[in-house]
Structure formats: structure tokens, C-alpha cells
Design a protein around this ligand. Structure first.
Ligand SMILES: *Cc1c(COP(=O)(O)O)cnc(C)c1O
Length: 396
């Protein structure tokens, strides 16, 4: 692989390992174990296994390794560890490095399961977590302590799409000697500049844009070789959250087309927001890639584009949101995102139902808020569909 390759080339060729057959498409090694030539060879491999030597699929597998190498090359990190789901990546990245008595500072606008890990799980093991408004740099500064080991946030928050100033938060964290871990799903590996902005550990739910076609669950933790191999790998391989070879193969093929998909999705997001934002049924339309967004410049600086998700806040509250969802012909009601199919979600009654009404209103999750993950369908068809559904929400 050439060091000068850009992301789209790396996404197609990075990490490829070919067997003796010289197959064009990546081989899928659906095997749990590996045969050693001799007892001595088995012993040697357990002492020290080389780059192309494997022991057991929970520890590593050639197809999984291809996926790890490809995405590390794309993200610009030294190494990566693939996991069974996005949450195995988030929880593994944090629990592998933290111990009782450590302190963590986290943004409070988090994906529900991330909030559970930080609030419930870490707390039970004696890790103290301070939650801050992720967009308030003074709050980050004030929360740092000498025992702060890690800082955690989502680069773009879900579902209100607030953009966090990644570079500034990294500077604040590094000054305090803390490691920065970012759940970077909304940026996608294609738009991500996380490493350049100073992030130490980048985490993805591969379930989203990397698979991109709603088939498999997966995740990945990216960082320095030291952190991945000395901290994450021992923890993951012994606690069992490794990615399966079949999933790794789906994700490898997903990476090949990810750049094309997320660019088309971001273009659809911008076109739809531009077309419907003045609709009478709406309080507001939120998209970080539209000039009307308060953090438009920061978003473009950090991601180049606005990402693949928009949120619409409907005037008529929950009844209007439900009428809108039920009237859509193309957009499917579900809770995934990053899919080739447009997916619409009502956060207050589904993904963020667990939160209290106060917590929801603090995060800006109003009863009329709808999150839309744009797919790769025809732009005009999507605009027509959203417009007629908004009309229905208005007349309902
Ligand atoms: C989906 C998601 C996760 C969890 O990923 P899974 O693959 O479902 O485990 C974590 N963080 C964010 C921001 C997500 O969107």
C-alpha cells in the first residue's frame, strides 16, 4: 500500500491479504482455529505470534485483520481492534483502560447505551464520571482534575446534531493529561479528521455507515499500537467482544463503497433540508451542513460535509411527528442510521424513551423532533415524499 493514497483508495485496497489463489475479492476465513505444523510451532506461536500468524478467532483472524488494517489506514491510526458491536467498542475502549478511583469527563448528550456504560457500569466499578455540556468549552475546562484519565464524547450529538469543537476539547484534555476517546459515528470514517484534530482513540459502530446496508452488527476501536495491543487487545480477547470473520468480510466490502454512499447521503441531507426547511409544519430543520446551523463553519472544518443525518422539529408535537412518520412512503420507520435506505426515528418515544422528560428537554429532544438518516435514494423522490408527509402533518 502506498503512503500517499487518499481515503477512497485506502477504502478499496488498504489491508488486503491474498491467499495462494490470488483471489480478487477479499477471502473470508470462516475458521475459529488454526493448525500448527508441529507441537514446537504451536508453542512458538503462543510465545510470540507474527503479523500473519493466528491462534484463535477471539484473538484474531485473517479476515478480521484485513478489516482492522483497512480501517486503520483510512482513519490514519497505527492500529485497530474490531469488535462484535459498536457498544462492545465503546465499553471495551473505556473499561480496558480505567480502574477504580479514576475520573472521566463526558459530554452529556450521548447515545442511550453509551450513557448507560458511563453512568451505570463505570460507576459500579468505582470510576467517577462528570457530565458536561459538550459545546461549552469552559465547562470542559472546569471539569478537569488531576485524576482525570479520559474524556469521552460524540463528535456530533444524537439526535440534536450539535457539533463539538474536537480540537479545543482535545487541547483541554491533553493539558490535563487525559486521553481523548471519541464516538465518531456521525462523522463516519470517510469524513473524519479525528486524528488530525488530536483525538487519541476513535470509536465507530460499524453497524452504521461501514456496513451501510443494515446487515450486521460490528464496531472498531482505533488508536496507537501501544494502546490497541497492550490495553485493548488483552481485555477484548479475554472478555469475548471480538468481531466474527463473517462480519469482518461484510464490513470490508462495506468500506469499499462507503465513500460513495456517505457523499450521496450528505448531498441528499443538504438537498432535503434546503427544500423543506421553510415548511409551515416545522419549528426548525437541523443540519450541521446547512449555513443556518450555528456550528456550520466548525462542522465543515471538522468533517468537510455535514454528515448523513438531519433532524426536523414539528410544530404539532408528537401527534404531528407521528402523522409525518406514518405518511412517508420512502422513509422507513426504524432506529438504525447510516443505511442505504432512508430511516426515520422519533427519539422521544423510542431511542431516548428511557430518559426523563426533564433530561429530554435539557438535551433539546422535543416531542415533535424527528431524526432522519438519509439514504442513497433519488433526491427528487425524497423531497417529494418529505413534502407530502409534512403537508399531512400540518392538516392532521
Ligand atoms: C449505534 C451507535 C452506537 C452503538 O452501536 P451498535 O453497533 O448498535 O452497538 C454507539 N454510538 C453511537 C453514536 C451510535 O449511533
Amino acid at each position: 500500500m502506498s503512503e500517499t493514497w487518499n481515503k477512497r483508495t485506502r477504502a478499496v485496497h488498504g489491508g488486503t491479504r491474498r491467499s495462494q489463489y490470488g483471489e480478487v475479492s477479499e477471502a473470508i476465513f470462516l475458521t475459529q482455529g488454526f493448525v500448527y505444523d508441529s507441537a514446537e510451532a504451536a508453542e512458538a506461536r503462543f510465545i510470540n505470534s507474527g503479523d500473519d500468524e493466528f491462534i484463535y478467532a477471539r484473538y484474531g483472524n485473517p479476515t478480521v485483520k484485513m478489516f482492522e488494517d483497512r480501517i486503520a489506514s483510512l482513519e490514519g491510526t497505527e492500529d485497530a481492534f474490531a469488535t462484535a458491536s459498536g457498544m462492545a467498542a465503546v465499553s471495551g475502549a473505556l473499561t480496558s483502560m480505567l480502574k477504580a478511583g479514576d475520573h472521566v469527563v463526558s459530554a452529556k448528550a450521548l447515545f442511550g447505551s453509551c450513557l448507560y456504560v458511563l453512568e451505570d457500569v463505570l460507576g459500579r466499578f468505582g470510576v467517577e464520571v462528570t457530565f458536561v455540556d459538550g459545546t461549552d468549552l469552559d465547562a470542559w475546562r472546569a471539569a478537569m482534575r488531576p485524576d482525570t484519565k479520559a474524556v469521552f464524547f460524540e463528535s456530533v450529538s444524537n439526535p440534536t446534531l450539535e457539533v463539538i469543537d474536537v480540537k479545543s476539547v482535545c487541547e483541554i484534555a491533553h493539558e490535563a493529561g487525559a486521553l481523548v476517546l471519541v464516538d465518531n459515528v456521525f462523522a463516519t470514517p470517510h469524513f473524519s479528521k479525528a486524528v488530525e484534530l488530536g483525538v487519541d482513540v476513535v470509536i465507530y459502530s460499524a453497524t452504521k455507515h461501514i456496513d451501510g446496508q443494515g446487515r450486521t452488527l460490528g464496531g472498531v476501536i482505533l488508536g496507537s499500537r501501544e494502546y490497541i495491543r497492550k490495553t485493548v487487545e488483552p481485555y477484548m480477547k479475554h472478555t469475548g467482544g471480538s468481531m466474527s470473520p463473517f462480519t469482518a468480510w461484510v464490513m470490508l466490502k462495506g468500506l469499499e463503497t462507503m465513500g460513495l454512499r456517505v457523499n450521496a447521503q450528505a448531498e441528499n441531507a443538504l438537498s432535503v433540508v434546503s427544500a423543506v426547511r421553510e415548511h409551515a409544519a416545522l419549528v426548525r430543520a437541523i443540519y450541521p451542513g446547512h449555513p443556518s446551523h450555528a456550528q456550520y463553519d466548525l462542522c465543515l472544518e471538522q468533517m468537510g460535509k455535514g454528515g448523513t443525518v438531519i433532524s426536523l422539529d414539528l410544530k404539532g408535537g408528537q401527534p404531528a411527528a407521528f402523522a409525518f412518520l406514518n405518511a412517508l412512503q420512502i422513509g422507513k420507520i426504524s432506529n438504525n442510521l447510516g443505511d442505504a435506505k432512508t430511516i426515520v426515528t422519533h427519539p422521544a418515544t423510542t431511542t431516548h424513551q428511557r430518559l426523563s422528560e426533564d433530561q429530554r428537554s435539557e438535551l433539546g429532544i422535543t416531542p415533535g423532533l424527528v431524526r432522519i438518516s438519509l439514504g442513497i435514494e433519488d433526491t427528487d423522490d425524497l423531497i417529494t415524499d418529505f413534502q407530502q408527509a409534512l403537508d399531512m402533518a400540518l392538516s392532521d
